[in-house]
Design a protein around this ligand. Structure first.
Ligand code: NAD
Ligand code: UDP
Length: 371
């Protein structure tokens, strides 16, 4: 059992990972500013895990609580210092950090690059400084397949060229570089490096996380009009939006629509558990791993799978390509399988079944209430 700090733990991927980590017997401290999430998600995680959620201040962490929520910003250095110090003072020093907190909307990052660098890069640097000061040198970091830009090789291995094409991707790349520097592996092309600097770091490059916990109690709840395909489709299925716009049917793919590697969020959450356990049981190292299924699905494949899961028609219309899109991104997940003995277990049909269960039970996301 470890004491873990989960930044951004109230968000989409964070909330599902909290559940998996609670079920694995860990004790969690969540730090979130709720800029893109709701505390209701964590209440429901506690309910699913059969525990209770304790709300606290960074200076007042009480031991031993299984699941504690602190509202705060990763850029707030005094808050971070107080959090690490008070966890230590009550006999539960933080063993490792799983760092989800950050901004993730590509289009917004083009409009607000300074904000993206501030939260994603400066915020992470402050977090790493606090960790270093308090002798906590294990981190699992949320990186992204967006680093591969327009890939020239599919399926994409971790050794593919890193070529971010927007400020969001650039901010993730900057953090990856900082983590490599800390691990003593600057400039390393190899995805796994032994480190002499005492840091245990996993840089996990997610492909397209979608779906929801099968209970339908927690899921993805984007603000406003979804930018991503999957939540858009579930909102069309539930009647919140009239039709899907398909961005291009002239891509060099089997049906002409864009192909992505969709990964069930529970598979992704389990990947974090395995990465954490691997780091905690190994010598200091830098792990860089793709987390994806290795399977591609087109936009129309996802439409059909969601129609089957929901038993509803998903009207769509074809529009021009979206600027900045790649035709195909699919992971080569072999290294994660080798290093973590982890691979995805859930199919596109299960992704749609669970995503639909969540959307149907919560047509307006967590806005539906605090049950
Ligand atoms: P999310 O927005 O649902 O979760 C992020 C959480 O961080 C939210 O709860 C938000 O309130 C919190 N947060 C944001 N800024 C904060 C700050 N300054 N201080 C404290 N908390 C803050 O996003 P997600 O989909 O769960 O993504 C989690 C991580 O994974 C992000 O870093 C994202 O960039 C990365 N990622 C996501 C995807 C994806 O498609 N969802 C793909 C690749 C990588
Ligand atoms: N897409 C679409 N309509 C939408 C949103 C996305 O046709 O409303 C397509 C998009 O062009 C891409 C795929 O769906 O081919 C996945 O897009 P998403 O934004 O979900 O993920 P990303 O492009 O970031 O991998």
């Amino acid at each position: 059992m470890a004491q873990l700090l989960i930044t951004g733990g109230a968000g989409f991927i964070g909330s599902h990972t909290c559940l998996v980590l609670l079920e694995a017997g860990h004790q969690l401290l969540v730090l979130d500013d709720f800029s893109n999430s709701s505390a209701v998600a964590l209440k429901r995680v506690a309910e699913l895990a059969g525990t209770r959620l304790q709300r606290d201040q960074p200076t007042l962490i009480k031991a031993p609580d299984t699941f504690t929520l602190v509202e705060g910003d990763i850029r707030d250095a005094p808050c971070l210092d107080a959090l690490f110090a008070s966890a230590k003072a009550c006999g539960q020093p933080i063993d490792a950090v799983i760092h989800f907190a950050g901004l993730k909307a590509v289009g917004e990052s083009v409009q607000q690059p300074l904000r993206y660098w501030d939260v994603n890069v400066v915020g992470t640097q402050r977090l790493l400084s606090a960790m270093d000061q308090h002798n906590c040198r294990t981190m699992v970091f949320s990186s992204s397949a967006t680093l591969y830009g327009y890939p020239d090789q599919v399926p994409i291995p971790e050794t593919a060229p890193i070529q971010p094409i927007n400020p969001y991707g650039a901010s993730k790349h900057a953090v990856e570089e900082l983590l490599a520097d800390l691990a003593g592996c600057s400039g390393a092309a190899e995805p796994i490096q032994a480190s002499g600097a005492g840091w245990r770091i996993a840089r996990l490059r997610y492909f397209n996380p979608v779906g929801a916990h099968p209970s339908g109690r927690i899921g993805e709840d984007p603000n406003g009009i979804p930018n991503n395909l999957f939540p858009f489709i579930t909102q069309v299925a539930v009647g919140r939006r009239p039709e899907l716009t398909v961005f291009g049917d002239d891509w060099p793919t089997p049906d002409g629509t864009g192909v992505r590697d969709y990964i069930h969020v529970m598979d992704l959450a389990e990947g974090h558990r395995e990465a954490l356990h691997s780091l905690l049981s190994a010598d200091p190292q830098l792990l860089t791993l793709n987390l994806g299924s290795g399977q591609g699905a087109s936009v129309l494949d996802v439409v059909k799978a969601m129609e089957a899961a929901s038993q509803r028609a998903i009207p769509y219309r074809i529009a021009p390509r979206r600027p900045g899109d790649a035709a195909i991104t699919v992971a080569n997940p072999a290294l994660a399988a080798q290093q973590l003995h982890w691979r995805t277990q859930r199919s596109l049909a299960e992704i749609c079944r669970d995503g639909w269960a969540w959307q149907q039970a919560n047509p307006n996301g967590y806005g539906d209430g605090c049950r």
